[in-house]
Design a protein around this ligand. Structure first.
Ligand code: 13P
Ligand code: SF4
Length: 308
């Protein structure tokens, strides 16, 4: 049996579900029971009847699945699969920051640790952030964390003035504006699509901005044949499957690297996933009180979000 067949066998044997983010390698996306953006993955985790959740994504996503399923086994193929954005907001520093804004509502992007979630009133994802912020009165005082690019984008769209934590995603924040301008000149027929974690200069140039699911749906429905894709490369797998006749151009970063792979997402492999299913490790373990506190703002998000 090859590793894919062995994973299929274990799935039945252990009553496991494999949830994968769009930034996973194609081989993992292809064997997953469900592939989605952060919101859809949280929604799937909230409703699954499986005994084991194999989370092919990064740590904060698997942690969210565990918070929603305290009695289930949740494994992450590689425990080192973190997130620079979540890491940019340490709980002690955020706690000190919030002391300055004690009369503010705290909305946190799901890309944060369980400890940050315990300090939040509401969690959002890139897929529902605007809708959720707009569910508050216009004059509501809000702290938004940890992504200043997403927060700035929401402020511009909604006309709010949320206080922003100074965090960024190391993949999206360094996509090269200069390269995008050159690509737009070279490919005048291409539309620029961008994830809201990109910096403001990139978002200003974009024809469409959205979460990974929104970007995928846009390229499937839109009439253009060429796209400059300002987000992580993993999403290209489904874009090409959905629209084989279309051309997708990847934006290089400002740094020496000419790719835009998330180094954390790409730590997961089929072999690690198989081992995690076989051994039940590495397992996500959280203190019960943290799970109970962190669950409230997640449940609130799920209640306010459009169902799958
Ligand atoms: P989505 O909410 O679009 O899945 O984004 C998650 C993420 O980590 C983007 O970098
Ligand atoms: Fe975190 Fe950025 Fe990777 Fe998404 S792409 S998981 S925000 S480091």
């Amino acid at each position: 049996m090859n590793v894919v067949q062995k994973i299929q066998e274990l799935k039945k044997e252990k009553n496991a579900i494999i949830l994968a983010h769009f930034y996973q390698i194609p081989e993992i996306q292809d064997i997953a029971d469900f592939v989605g953006d952060s919101l859809a993955l949280a929604q799937q985790a909230a409703t699954t009847s499986a005994d084991m959740i194999v989370f092919a994504g990064v740590h904060f996503m698997a942690e969210t699945a565990k918070i929603l399923n305290p009695d289930k086994l949740v494994v992450l193929p590689d425990m080192e699969a973190g997130c620079s954005l979540a890491d940019s907001c340490p709980a002690d520093k955020f706690g000190d920051f919030l002391k300055l804004y004690s009369d503010h509502t705290v909305i946190s992007y799901i890309n944060c640790s369980a400890d940050i979630k315990t300090m939040s009133d509401l969690i959002c994802t890139s897929g529902n952030a605007i809708q959720l912020v707009e569910s508050f009165p216009k004059d509501e005082k809000i702290v938004f964390a940890p992504d200043k690019n997403l927060g700035g984008y929401i402020n511009r769209i909604t006309g709010r003035n949320m206080v922003l934590w100074d965090g960024t995603c190391e993949v999206h924040d360094i996509l090269s504006v200069e390269s995008i301008i050159k690509m737009k000149i070279e490919h005048p027929d291409a539309k620029l699509i961008a994830h809201p974690e990109c910096k403001a200069q990139v978002l200003e140039l974009a024809d469409f901005i959205g979460s990974t699911t929104a970007l995928l749906q846009y390229t499937s429905k839109d009439k253009s044949l060429k796209y400059i894709v300002a987000t992580e490369t993993g999403i290209l797998h489904k874009m090409k499957l959905n629209s084989p006749e279309k051309n997708f151009l990847v934006v290089p970063s400002d740094e020496t690297c000419s790719c835009n792979d998330c180094p954390y997402m790409k730590l997961n492999t089929l072999e690690k996933l198989y081992n995690a299913m076989l051994t039940g490790k590495p397992e996500i373990i959280l203190p019960v009180d943290v799970m109970q506190k962190a669950r409230k703002p997640i449940d609130r998000m799920l209640a306010l979000s459009v169902k799958l």
